[in-house]
Structure formats: C-alpha cells, structure tokens
Design a protein around this ligand. Structure first.
Ligand SMILES: Cc1ncc(COP(=O)(O)O)c(C=O)c1O
Length: 425
C-alpha cells in the first residue's frame, strides 16, 4: 500500500492511519478492540450511522438478483425519479460512482452547452481530486492576487501542464469581485462551481445575498451555475443547500450521504443543459455506474431519511445544535477562544481569536496544532474526529453520545497542554 492508505485524506487520521475491524451505529471498533464514538462518519457518507439494517437488507436483496447488468434497471429509474422530486434543479439525472467523477461530468457538460472554455472556482473549495479542479484547495498564504483574480495554486504534483489557463480563481463570498470578473470575461466562462456551504475549509456559510447575487450574475452572462453538493446534499436538507437556501443552480452534484457508504454519485440539472448528454454529443460513461447494490443502498438511505415518522432532519439539527453549544460552553469554561461555524449536521470547530471566518484566508487564523492536540486528547477518550476541524452528526447518535462527547471535550480543554515546538512564520 503506497503510504499505507487508499486515499490521501486517510493519511491524516489522528494519531496516525489506523485499521478498523467493524462498525455499527455511531461506533467503530479498531483491530485492537478499542471502540470509538465516531464524528467523522467516514468523511460524511454515514448519515444513518454504520451498518444500518434497512440499507444492508436492501443491498442483500438487490444483489441476490444480479450485480451489474451493464444496462438500465427499474431501481435506477426509481432513484432518478426520487432525486427529481427532492432536488429543485433536477430535471434530468446521470449516475456515477464518486463525487470527483460527477464534478468532472458537470464541468464537461457546462462547456459543451455554453461552448466556452473556462470555469470559475473559489479558493478553499474542494471538488475532488481530478486534474482540472486540483487548484487553490488549501494554498499557502503567499499566493498573490493578479488584479481581481487569485493565482491558481497547484494542489499536487503531476497535474497536466497548462490547466491553469482554463481556470479563474476568486475568493468566495465576494460578490462584487465575481460580478466584476464576469463583466470583463463572462463570454469566456462556461461555469461557476462552488460548495454552497464551504464545508471543506471552515464550514463557512454564504453571506446573506451572496448565492442570490451569484445566481443573478450567472443568468446575466449566460454562465452555468454548478453547486457541488457532495457534502451538503441530503445532509442539510432532503433537497440539499439549494432547497435550504432557496437558490436553484443549473447543475448540481450529489454523493457521500446519498447512499450510506456505497459508491454512487449523481449529476442532476436543467433539461436544456443535460440534454447535451442525452443526445450523446457530450459523453459521460462508466462501466460500474448505477450498479445494483449502490442504487439499492441509495434508495434505502433516502427512504429512511424521508420517513415522516422518524423526522430525522429535525433530529440531526437538534443533536448538532446541542453538540455545538456544548463544545462552545466547554471552550468558554476553559477560557479558550474556540469558534464553531456551520449548520448542526455538519460544522467546523477551531481555535482562533476571530469571531467569524468568512473566507479561506481567514482560516489561517486557526491554531491547527492546538486542534490536532485536542483531537488526540479526544481520541484517547474514545472519540474519533477529523483533524481538519469538520464534524459530522448522524441519525444514529443519541443525546447520551452527544453528552459523552461534550464531557470528553471539557476534560481535554482543561487538561494541561503539551508544549509545542515554536512554529516558523
Ligand atoms: C464538496 C466535495 N466535492 C467533491 C468531492 C469528491 O468526492 P469523492 O471523494 O466521492 O470523489 C468531495 C469529497 O470530499 C467533496 O467534499
């Protein structure tokens, strides 16, 4: 295993990449038999908790009939219809395996539809690991401004040469700057892509009027607006951020929470754009797309999330709010400045003197070493967290789990801090 992991993000597990043997509900058990209360939810997908019985039952039933027909099946149609009924912009649907692939398809179809070459992405937003979007994800603080644009910063070695020229990078939540760039260069721009909540860096909410302003500017300049809802989709509402904020994009990408850990993603969007794919002029493909187990897992997950008797979205927001308040109070009691931002089912916690973080460059004010130390302390107390500060709440968490986590946080925050070596810069 190169680096011991199958995804680079797993190399960041605290205290180091670990091996697990089983997972159920809100808990995982590692190979040494240690049980941990999970707020990583495997980077978000496990919204119902691990090994949800209804999902496992549906998958077993589906694969007993066949695994992959390499053709259409009725469950796939049922899932597409469900997405259409839930997601405001979903007039037509295509399934892929991962969020990265669906983002790739979204940008391709936007270019095909507009016949324009470039797209706008925002600093600090993550849209998967493919070449064209592997820029300005977590750049160093030195990246300069080039007039009103930011220089695209390569995220990794090995990206094809020249891709920077397809990309315009802007700070998020700055409507005036976006409007000015579209005024000057709108005729070159196929799409604006964004996380409608900047979950991957600080869980930053859109400023009031920002999403509406972007929608209006895209309409004025004939630019396709793409919401990357891989995190927000089915997490902050059954129709994603577009339903929560009541701003409808042209295209949107869903993944993660849609199928409880089974590999399926969806590109959904307006008929007039998606029809470029329907006619075959713009190609999207994949041998394993809409594979039977994944579709069954998605249908079972969505049915569970939508069950009116269970009212799981109210539960996710209630538990999330309780957790945010408990962590905030624990910070205040320990006289440490912690900032919590986001929405209950997904939020970010960090150590900073700022009262608000509104764009990527503000996130440099987080004390990431202190947060790592906090995560280590939580891990020692049986709580598993993501080292980047993002927290996920599942429907399998209980009030007792939340209280247990808050209790562990209070202990950690009052424990003597391990002296850190001085940091440069
Ligand atoms: C907002 C967003 N878009 C796209 C992706 C890529 O999805 P995947 O890891 O399924 O390829 C992620 C993954 O974390 C994400 O957070």
């Amino acid at each position: 295993m190169a680096g011991g992991v199958s995804s680079q993000f797993r190399a960041g597990e605290i205290p180091h990449p670990l091996f697990y043997a089983r997972a159920e509900g809100a808990r995982l058990t590692d190979v040494d038999g240690n049980e941990v209360l999970d707020f990583t939810l495997s980077q978000g997908p496990m919204i119902l908790g691990h090994s949800h019985p209804a999902v496992l039952r549906a998958v077993c039933e589906a694969i007993s009939q066949g695994q992959l027909y390499g053709a259409q099946h009725m469950a796939e149609l049922e899932l597409a219809e469900m997405l259409r009924s839930l997601i405001p912009c979903a007039e037509l649907v295509r399934f892929s395996l991962s969020g990265s692939e669906a983002v790739h398809a979204a940008l391709r179809v936007a270019r095909a539809y507009t016949r324009r070459p470039k797209f706008i992405k925002f600093e600090g937003h993550y849209h998967g690991w493919f070449d064209n979007v592997s820029f300005s994800i977590n750049p160093s603080r030195q990246e300069p401004h080039v007039s009103d644009l930011l220089s695209p910063a390569r995220w990794t070695q090995g990206i094809s040469a020249g891709l920077e020229s397809q990309l315009l990078v802007l700070p998020w939540n700055d409507l005036q700057r976006l409007q000015a760039v579209l005024e000057r260069r709108g005729s070159e721009v196929a799409a604006v892509i964004m996380e409608p909540v900047m979950c991957n860096n600080g869980c930053i909410l859109p400023c009031p009027g920002f999403l509406e302003g972007v929608r209006e500017a895209c309409d004025r300049h004939g630019v396709t607006l793409i919401f990357d809802e891989v995190i927000t989709g089915f997490r902050i509402s059954s129709g994603g951020a577009q339903k929560h904020f009541d701003v409808v994009p042209d295209l949107a990408v869903f993944g993660k929470a849609m199928a409880s850990g089974f590999p399926i993603s969806a590109l959904v969007g307006k008929r007039k754009i998606m029809e470029c794919m329907a006619a075959g002029a713009c190609i999207h493909a994949g041998t394993l797309n809409a594979q039977n187990a994944c579709v069954a897992a998605a249908l079972a997950t969505l049915r569970e999330l939508l069950n009116p008797e269970k009212d799981l979205y109210s539960k996710l927001f209630r538990l999330g709010k309780q957790l945010c308040k408990g962590l905030s109070d624990a910070g205040a009691a320990s006289r440490q400045r912690i900032l919590i931002q986001g929405l209950g089912p997904v939020f970010h916690m960090g150590f900073t003197d700022l009262d608000k973080v509104s764009n990527f460059r503000d996130t440099f004010k987080y004390d990431t070493a202190r947060y790592r130390e906090f995560c280590l302390g939580m891990r020692e107390r049986g709580v598993r967290l993501i080292g980047r500060g993002i927290w996920y709440v599942s429907a399998a968490h209980t009030e007792e789990d939340i209280n247990r986590c808050i209790h562990a946080a209070r202990e950690c925050l009052t424990a003597p801090q391990i002296p850190q070596p001085a940091r440069a810069g």
